[in-house]
Design a protein around this ligand. Structure first.
Ligand SMILES: Cc1cc2nc3c(=O)[nH]c(=O)nc-3n(C[C@H](O)[C@H](O)[C@H](O)COP(=O)(O)OP(=O)(O)OC[C@H]3O[C@@H](n4cnc5c(N)ncnc54)[C@H](O)[C@@H]3O)c2cc1C
Length: 385
């Protein structure tokens, strides 16, 4: 696999980097403290395609390849964890399924709005009693009543619902049919019976709203079904495979940002008569961080390239997400360590990055689930040797 970015990809990376450096990174602390997304920046994102990374141009997006999209999310992660998470969810978890399985009418209805930079989309899978085990645990159900679906249940830990014109919602349509009994429904906030609860109070990612939803006899039209009846679980797994590339990329961005802060600080701070960057213990932390970030980046880019080549990318996406999220944790930990007490202060961005990265080994499949996915692939591959 060749990871040399094309000149087009390099130009796109530079453009997104410059945009993030100007419009997002300087405000990341404010976003964290106020818990409010900086919409002024999001309104400008469509010019770079950031609100429709892989949506076709016919519906307002820029139809990028997976690698370019991953690079964009990496840059957003470098600038601000909250903004990056909301944009990753919007692109990969909401625009993605609608692009992949929507009818032309559904795409016409939602994608131009979703790519406009005025809203952000949402995907609701997780429930109070079901996260890793969606197949066994999802209780939210929809039953057919004439030409409508009637939804009852609740969803938890959902990113962006308060910004969304539509929430892609995983429901059980047939309890007897196991993983073949699910569907995805397009639910519009404002529909009677749907309550979007106040944002959760979280450790980090304060600007990215995470909310609970309750469905009390919520009625949506029959044509709100996204994709095939009974294929909702399969569609979810496919969506999460792609989402893992995104979260891997976001983790690399966060790690890169913390690493840069650590290098800068180590060159300024003096102890025992010289900059701390001249102490070997600090140099080793910096060297390890550089190696690990690059290794994680290669895995995530590899997964993106496999996806772009139409090859099976599930194992590599899980490997990339696992590695990148664990690297982000280690690099942010050491960046705080290098800052000493100042790293423990909210005056310094590494404190925010350390909190923000913690989600990356939990969301879109925990590290334990990534290891399970990787092991399943390995055992299947080895069985045929
Ligand atoms: C900030 C944030 C944003 C989120 N955004 C969204 C969103 O937009 N949409 C959405 O649907 N969800 C979202 N989530 C939910 C997230 O995807 C889930 O929290 C995650 O999948 C884990 O599920 P859980 O919390 O129910 O943990 P559980 O599944 O209860 O797991 C608890 C622990 O048990 C371990 N475990 C579970 N099963 C196994 C096993 N078989 N083997 C070994 N260990 C196991 C897990 O790894 C974990 O350590 C978000 C969560 C957060 C915190």
């Amino acid at each position: 696999m060749d990871f040399e970015l094309t000149s087009e990809q390099q130009m796109y990376q530079r453009a997104v980097h410059d945009f993030c450096a100007k419009e997002i990174k300087p405000y990341a602390g404010e976003v964290d403290q106020t818990g409010e997304m900086r919409w002024e920046a999001i309104h400008k994102m469509p010019t770079l395609g950031l609100t429709g990374l892989q949506v076709s141009e016919a519906y307002g997006g820029v139809g990028l390849d997976t690698l370019s999209s991953a690079i964009a999310i990496e840059e957003l992660g470098w600038a601000c964890g909250s903004t990056a998470l909301s944009l990753a969810a919007h692109n990969g978890l909401c625009c993605g399924p609608i692009s992949n399985w929507g009818t032309d009418a559904q795409k016409q209805k939602y994608l131009p709005k979703l790519t406009s930079g005025t809203v952000l989309g949402s995907l609701a899978l997780t429930e109070p009693g079901a996260g890793s085990d969606l197949a066994g645990g999802v209780q939210t159900s929809a039953i057919r009543d004439g030409d409508e679906w009637v939804i009852n249940g609740s969803k938890a830990w959902i990113t962006n619902p308060r910004f969304a014109p539509v929430i892609v919602t995983l429901v059980r349509l047939n309890k007897e049919a196991g993983t073949r009994g699910f569907g995805m429904l397009l639910v519009e906030p404002g529909t009677a019976g749907l309550t979007i609860h106040p944002p959760e109070k979280k450790m980090g990612l304060h600007g990215s709203p995470t909310q609970m939803l309750t469905f009390d006899n919520v009625r949506v039209p029959a044509d709100a079904l996204l994709g095939e009846e009974g294929r909702g679980f399969h569609q979810t797994m496919q969506t999460l495979d792609g989402g893992r590339i995104s979260i891997g990329a976001l983790s690399i961005g966060l790690a890169q940002a913390a690493f840069e802060e650590a290098v800068r600080y180590a060159q300024q701070r003096r102890a025992f008569g010289k900059p701390i960057s001249e102490h070997q213990a600090i140099q080793w932390m910096l060297a390890d961080a550089a190696v690990e970030i690059e290794a994680a980046r290669m895995l995530v880019y590899h997964a993106a390239c496999l996806k772009d080549a139409g090859k099976d990318f599930g194992k590599m996406a899980a490997m990339g997400k696992l590695k990148a999220s664990e690297v982000a944790e280690k690099v942010c930990h050491n960046a705080v360590q290098i800052h000493g007490s100042y790293g423990y202060s909210s005056e310094f961005p590494v404190e925010r990055m350390y909190r923000d990265q913690r989600l990356m080994s939990i969301g879109e499949g925990t590290s334990e689930i990534q290891r399970m996915v990787i092991a399943r692939h390995i055992l299947r591959e080895m069985a045929s040797i």
